[in-house]
Ligand binder design. Structure first.
Ligand SMILES: [Zn+2]
Length: 417
């Protein structure tokens, strides 16, 4: 059997994506096949410079901004037009997967390269961006890359922040070649739109058998620590009606949270992932119990209503049981809507290209949520095998990687040419 020219070139492209992802994974490769590429670490520096060289070899005009975001530009022919920005983040979590973030950068590179080779100079400029940081895995701060481009962060935001080895954020930045003394705001005011292609990090696309997820919203998140104070006492001599059992009350609240979440909305998720009891001894009634609560939904009013309801319910029950309760909120991330016309354009392009797609809501945070309140933004997903991410086991089928690039290429063509 002979391959047709078209399917032969498609095979070549599929292999190219795969080999490019593996090439970038070689910078910071972990023993278990994952990747360690924390912000401003040696492997991060190597990866960014290798990418810059790759961009140059494709004929892009490259530059780093003062925090280490890397840009590769294909200059458009129309003067005074804004730039179409596409890409994702280069940093990883500890022993993370090789596709998270990286796939979006590689896909953008290959899409823009192909457009350049096929159609020449675009009308509007297109820039591929390798964002310096998204994960918050080295320093307790997330979205340092997109946050600087959109003007949400300045140097003041990293003052005094250290990593677990006690290295100052500013010191790490300097050692990587980005001296805070030379900081000039990386904020851009010439971005027309931002398009991010990313792995789903969930199992929906695989279950639905679709190659692409067209994301309409990125969820808002609320996180709390709930502390219940009852009375520590003897497990044998204290009759049930006379107890102030903090752990039993926490148990009641935790099952209530799940039941109420299911009743409220199919898209609402609520998680108690951590619990502590004190004194945490088998034969002593717990005098104190503490648990975390993580709630996510794409509508602010649904989140507010659900969280208010829980707080009221917890207080009522605690009062009835003569216990103290404190509910401490330590995270409040607003839900962000992606640009509806870009989402529609993605769906249209996918339909015309015969690429299967599924409208989705992102339950995880992405750079697209930072850009989403700054400029028209689109977020597209390709499937994650078994839904696994932030793990060396993270994987996406070659065919799906290629479909993502095919769609991104089409979308950029429609926007820039
Ligand atoms: Zn990511």
């Amino acid at each position: 059997m002979t391959l047709t020219t078209e399917s032969h070139s498609l095979m070549k492209e599929i292999d190219q994506v795969d080999s490019m992802v593996k090439w970038l994974a070689s910078f910071g490769q972990s023993d278990s096949g994952g990747v360690n590429r924390l912000l401003y670490s040696p492997s991060w520096v190597q990866a960014q410079h290798a990418l810059e060289n790759k961009m140059k070899s494709y004929g892009f005009i490259t530059h780093f901004d003062s925090v280490g975001n890397l840009f590769g530009k294909l200059q458009g022919s129309t003067p005074n037009t804004k730039t179409i920005l596409t890409g994702s983040h280069i940093d990883s979590v500890l022993n993370g997967g090789i596709y998270d973030g990286v796939y979006g950068i590689i896909a953008s590179l290959l899409a823009v390269k192909k457009l350049h080779e096929t159609y020449g100079t675009p009308k509007k400029s297109i820039e591929v961006v390798s964002l310096c940081e998204e994960e918050g895995s080295r320093f307790p701060l997330t979205f340092w890359g997109s946050g600087n481009i959109t003007g949400k962060y300045t140097l003041e935001d990293i003052e005094g922040i250290k990593d677990t080895d006690g290295v100052l954020f500013s010191e790490a930045m300097k050692n990587a070649g980005f001296d805070p003394v030379q900081y000039s705001s990386p904020q851009r005011n010439d971005i027309d739109c931002f398009i991010e292609l990313h792995v789903e990090q969930g199992i929906v696309l695989e279950k639905k058998g679709s190659s692409i997820g067209t994301v309409s919203h990125i969820v808002g998140q609320r996180r709390y620590t709930v502390t219940i104070t009852g009375e520590s006492n003897h497990a044998g001599t204290t009759p049930m009606p006379y107890r102030k059992d903090a752990l039993a009350t926490a148990g009641h609240f935790i099952s209530y949270i799940s039941e109420k979440a299911i009743q409220t909305d199919p898209q609402l998720v609520a998680t108690v992932g951590k619990i502590n009891a004190s004194p945490n001894v088998p034969n002593v009634i717990a005098g104190e119990a503490q648990f975390t609560l993580d709630v996510r939904h794409f509508k602010e009013d649904v989140l507010d209503e659900f969280c208010d309801h829980l707080a009221n319910y917890f207080k009522q029950v605690a009062q009835k049981r003569e216990m103290e309760i404190t509910i401490d909120q330590w995270m409040n991330v607003q839900a962000v809507k992606m640009d509806p016309s870009l989402t529609e354009l993605s769906k249209l392009a996918a339909t015309e290209k015969n690429i299967t797609f599924e409208p989705l809501i992102s339950g995880a945070g992405h750079d697209a949520q930072v850009f989403g309140t700054f400029c028209p933004t689109s977020l597209l997903f390709v499937p994650s095998e078994k839904g696994i991410s932030h793990s060396p086991k993270e994987s996406t089928k070659k065919e799906d990687l290629e479909k993502g690039i095919e769609l991104l290429t089409e979308l950029l063509y429609r926007l820039a040419y």
